[in-house]
Design a protein around this ligand. Structure first.
Ligand SMILES: C[S@@+](CC[C@H](N)C(=O)[O-])C[C@H]1O[C@@H](n2cnc3c(N)ncnc32)[C@H](O)[C@@H]1O
Length: 417
């Protein structure tokens, strides 16, 4: 049973000016959070009405709001952690998912890092992973509510001994005493996502300066769409995907793999990492792959490989080529399993024609059509509706809408099992 009357605690009802988070951190707030944990969104109104008879309205709405944020956070942090953590709407949106934060924290640990200044810590997604890797963290955020959430999370997860949270502007924080710096700048402004790295808060140039000043290593999280030209010559750039979705790019300093290698040699400065795994592909500095006619197999490279411009490395490993100079589909005559691309066996090649596709799907008794596209303006949903108005069998087919040597083409096939 929930204890709403802990003897020494100030009841939430006596602190009307407190932030929603402060209300939730009282014993009454914590008990209420437990009570509303599994509230079905469709029952929220009825639950709120009932709870308002016993608790202040602002506490009830804070608890229900927090329960909703925790449910949203499960996808990033897992049910166990998300159910104990505290979030703000922006904090849950902008936080690093645990799988990616853990990977990065492990890499810092392998670089010999023992303490990190986490500049722009948000609600603490990265700070938590760093602390769990045994790294001491100074976590800084200038937003008071966000910093309070980070502090509450360090407490809730038993990591407060390793995480010191400071509410401050990162540009005014002295990071001496920490052997690495991690910066995850805010990439959203009043009008949504910000694409220019100099419009990040703080700007990328400031973050690069902070990274260069770190004694051992640094990592800067940036948007995966960052242009390769914006990667500093003394950094290593890594694109990370999780479950096939590209999550971020990271600029690393101090890994010994920067582009400007010693003796004029160019060391691999680019990598693509696929999670879970991790599976990491390093740049070999290859030129673009040759274009060749489609063979029996088509490979769809992982998004991190494409963003990192490492399609040539995968094509070389597969003894394949491109179906078109401008399209990131690799083709080959034999099948070689690779973690870096999904392989399909191609059964048909047709010039683009909805009518022909429809006839072929009918003839093959297709019930499920997966549409993939690169280099085509056709809407996959619309094509599916027109080409397969109703399933007429149990077969599954994947159609690739693409260009082969410049010509709009449909390649049909199925994933290699
Ligand atoms: C992308 S979020 C960080 C997310 C965090 N890594 C996590 O996993 O939870 C960026 C954060 O930077 C903070 N921020 C932006 N500019 C700042 C500045 N100059 N000083 C301190 N914090 C700043 C914002 O308040 C926001 O919480």
């Amino acid at each position: 049973m929930n204890d709403r009357t802990a003897p020494h605690a100030q009841p939430a009802s006596q602190s009307p000016d407190a932030s929603p988070l402060a209300l939730l951190l009282t014993p009454e707030g914590r008990a209420l959070l437990d009570e509303v944990r599994d509230t079905d969104p469709t029952r929220e109104l009825a639950v709120a009405t009932r709870l308002r008879r016993e608790h202040p309205a602002e506490l009830v709405s804070a608890a229900l709001g927090q329960a909703r944020l925790r449910q949203r956070a499960v996808a990033k942090f897992g049910a166990q952690d998300a159910g104990r953590m505290f979030f703000t709407p922006n904090g849950v949106e902008q936080s690093t998912r645990a799988s990616v934060a853990v990977y990065r924290a492990r890499r810092l640990k392998e670089l010999g890092v023992t303490s990190v200044a986490d500049l722009c810590c948000g609600i603490g997604g990265d700070a938590i992973a760093l602390a769990r890797a045994g790294i001491r963290v100074l976590a800084v955020d200038r937003d008071p509510l966000t910093a309070a959430a980070a502090r509450a999370n360090a407490d809730a997860l038993g990591l407060a001994v390793l995480i010191e949270v400071r509410e401050a502007d990162v540009t005014e924080v002295d990071t001496a005493g920490y052997d690495a710096v991690f910066v995850d700048p805010a990439r959203r402004g009043g009008r949504g996502r910000v694409f220019d790295p100099e419009a990040y808060s703080p700007p990328l140039s400031w973050a690069v300066g902070a990274a260069r000043g770190a004694p051992r290593a640094a990592a800067l999280k940036v948007a995966p769409g960052i242009p390769h030209e914006a990667v500093p010559g003394d950094a290593e750039a890594e694109w990370v995907s999780d479950g096939g979705d590209v999550k971020e790019a990271v600029l690393w300093f101090g890994t010994g793999r920067a582009a400007a290698g010693s003796g004029g040699a160019v060391a691999p400065a680019i990598r693509a990492t696929l999670l879970p795994g991790p599976r990491t592909l390093l740049s070999r500095g290859l030129p673009d792959p040759a274009v060749r006619p489609p063979g029996r197999y088509l490979y769809e490279p992982d998004g991190a490989v494409i963003r990192a411009h490492l399609v040539a490395e995968v094509a070389q490993d597969l003894d394949g080529g491109l179906i078109d100079a401008t399209i990131a589909y690799i083709t080959a005559d034999t099948h070689r399993p690779t973690p870096y691309a999904t392989a399909y066996e191609i059964t048909d090649r047709l010039p683009f024609s909805v009518k022909k596709l429809k006839a072929l799907l009918r003839e093959r008794q297709v019930g499920t059509l997966t549409v993939k596209k690169r280099g085509s303006a056709v809407e996959p949903e619309e094509l599916r509706r027109k080409a397969l108005p109703k399933p007429n069998g149990t077969a599954s087919v994947t159609v690739f809408l693409t260009r082969v040597a410049g010509a709009p083409t449909m390649l049909l096939g199925h994933p290699v099992r």
